[in-house]
Design a protein. Structure first.
Length: 289
């Protein structure tokens, strides 16, 4: 049976896309992406401007004792800075936060690595870690005062106490998630257990560790402010307490904003350390629990 022949000359050939069209499509795509990037930069700024505008309007129609306007908060901030109250308070807050947070990082990484590498250590310590992670540790502030008094040691203890558990949990999780193939490679090269931990497990756990650092930073900031408010009445917490008792809302909010600034600076330093010391973590998800 003869097959029908197809006349190829009757099939229309695809017309080539002109170079001008391709160039125009490329330019259009790049323009769209440029606009998206600019919008991503402008959106946070616009949201802040809108928030401050709403705050100013609402605050202008409310009793200043209940809510001060952003303009009055800025004036109070400048007044605290000019009178020399803000500088020493800021330095005290940074000292308390840095000391307590650094101790929490060292202890948290050490215990987390032990729990991640040893099932026995994990079984022994896991109940205590989970217990203190779920406990409202602020309730232990009176006990801390009994143990350490009302000075620097007590404030650092509270800061450490709130921050360390998140670092332990995230470090242990990251170490346990180290692929078995990487551990086997270390054994093939006859690396010691210490070298496997420092050269394989910890580098693999860096994204998890920094996730713990970010979570712990917020808790450490809370602990630092509460310790300064409840234990020593000093630093930024002392300013918040004193101006709150005097019903000077603008000065109170100025101190609160400064405390937030401490957290922003600490978070920025943490991110710079991650990018500089651990450049291979770029793009990793470091926001998980």
């Amino acid at each position: 049976m003869a097959h029908p022949t197809i006349d190829k000359s009757a099939t229309p050939a695809a017309e080539p896309i002109p170079d001008e069209t391709r160039a125009w499509e490329t330019i259009s795509t790049s323009t769209v992406w440029d606009r998206v990037r600019r919008l991503g930069v402008l959106l946070p700024l616009l949201s802040v401007i809108v928030f401050l505008g709403i705050w100013q309007v609402v605050g202008g129609h409310v009793d200043p004792i209940l809510l001060a306007t952003p303009i009055n908060v800025a004036k109070a901030f400048w007044d605290l800075l000019k009178t020399g109250q803000l500088g020493p308070a800021f330095a005290t807050a940074m000292g308390d936060l840095a000391t307590g947070y650094a101790l929490a990082a060292v202890v948290g990484i050490a215990i987390g690595v032990l729990m991640g590498r040893s099932p026995i250590v994990e079984r022994v310590l896991n109940p205590y870690v989970n217990f203190f992670q779920a406990t409202p540790l602020i309730a232990l502030v009176p006990l801390v005062v009994i143990w350490f008094g009302v000075g620097f040691e007590a404030r650092v203890t509270v800061t450490f106490m709130l921050a360390v558990w998140s670092i332990i949990i995230n470090t242990a999780t990251g170490v346990k998630e180290t692929p078995a193939s990487l551990i086997d490679v270390g054994r093939v090269y006859k690396l010691s257990r210490w070298r496997v931990v420092t050269g394989v497990a910890i580098p693999n756990a860096v994204p998890n560790i920094f996730a713990g650092f970010r979570i712990a930073l917020g808790k450490a900031l809370i602990g630092m402010v509460i310790a300064q408010m409840e234990i020593s009445v000093t630093g930024l917490g002392g300013l918040i307490t004193n101006y709150g008792n005097a019903f000077k809302t603008a000065y109170l909010l100025a101190a609160v904003c400064t405390a937030s600034l401490v957290g922003v600076i600490a978070a920025a330093v943490l991110e710079l350390v991650r990018r500089w010391v651990f450049p291979w973590t770029q793009g990793e998800d470091i926001g998980r629990w």
